[in-house]
Design a protein around this ligand. Structure first.
Ligand SMILES: [Zn+2]
Length: 124
């Protein structure tokens, strides 16, 4: 049966709904955009479909950078991960209350450059 999930991402103030099918095994499920319930000020100029793609892309990027940081800082917790999007929706990230050596910082920066669109993330 088709199910609708309401999603309030932590990466902006939009509220979106997507549809998925519970008859499909969890590993093979896909999410299909359904509606924009609320547009945040950063995304209000986009079409509804573009909002979904943009918000998904930003939220995925934010989580992916945390995953990269975990590879080099295995003890990192979500509260050590300081992130925000600037007005051009570039992700700015930093690490707080956790020791990060210069070498670890270089490793994190290199991995981000290889795995994520150049210019989409800045490590501060
Ligand atoms: Zn938004």
């Amino acid at each position: 049966m088709k199910q609708v999930t309401r999603w309030s991402p932590d990466s902006c103030g939009c509220v979106l709904e997507y549809e998925w099918d519970d008859a499909v095994p969890a590993t093979a499920r896909t999410h299909t955009f359904k509606t924009v319930v609320k547009k945040c000020s950063s995304h209000s100029a986009l079409t509804d479909k573009d909002i979904y793609n943009q918000v998904l892309s930003e939220n995925t990027r934010k989580n992916k950078v945390f995953g990269i940081a975990q590879q080099f800082l295995p003890e990192i917790k979500s509260e050590n991960y300081n992130w925000s999007f600037d007005d051009k929706r570039i992700l700015k990230v930093g690490f707080i209350d956790i020791p990060v050596s210069g070498e670890q910082m270089n490793q994190i920066r290199n991995a981000i450059q290889q795995e994520i669109v150049v210019g989409a993330v800045e490590v501060i």
